[in-house]
Design a protein. Structure first.
Length: 123
């Protein structure tokens, strides 16, 4: 039987099967890369940079990204994203106490965050 003779498997030659396998593999890799990029699965937690103990670390609620808010005490990724989503939907915060209007943020977390956040009137 010659290399180019069709076999009983879908009547494909050896070379056609090889091309099919390679293209299928490339498709699976492309789909995997797309999934990883879209879900942010590879991003993980941002790298920690240690600030000096006397540093005045405050985050402006009207300009901060969710990645910046993520590092505040008691705030994880989901709450940080909710703060940004609330700001985008309702406009800038007038004061740090407006955080209480964000879903899943109660008075205790607002008190905890007050020393670390600031609201500048002109974002």
């Amino acid at each position: 039987m010659a290399d180019d003779a069709p076999s009983h498997i879908l009547d494909l030659t050896w070379r056609e099967r090889l091309v099919f396998i390679v293209l299928s593999g490339l498709l699976l890799v492309a789909l995997g890369v797309r999934y990883v990029v879209q879900t942010g699965w590879f991003a993980g937690r941002p790298q920690v940079i240690q600030a000096p103990p006397d540093a005045d670390f405050r985050v402006d609620l009207n300009t901060a990204t969710w990645q910046q808010l993520y590092w505040l005490p008691g705030v994880g990724e989901s709450i940080a994203r909710e703060i940004v989503a609330y700001r985008e939907e309702h406009g800038p915060f007038a004061s740090p106490d407006d955080l209480a209007k964000v879903p899943h943020i109660g008075p205790a977390l607002v008190r905890k965050l007050r020393p670390f956040v600031v609201v500048n009137p002109d974002p």
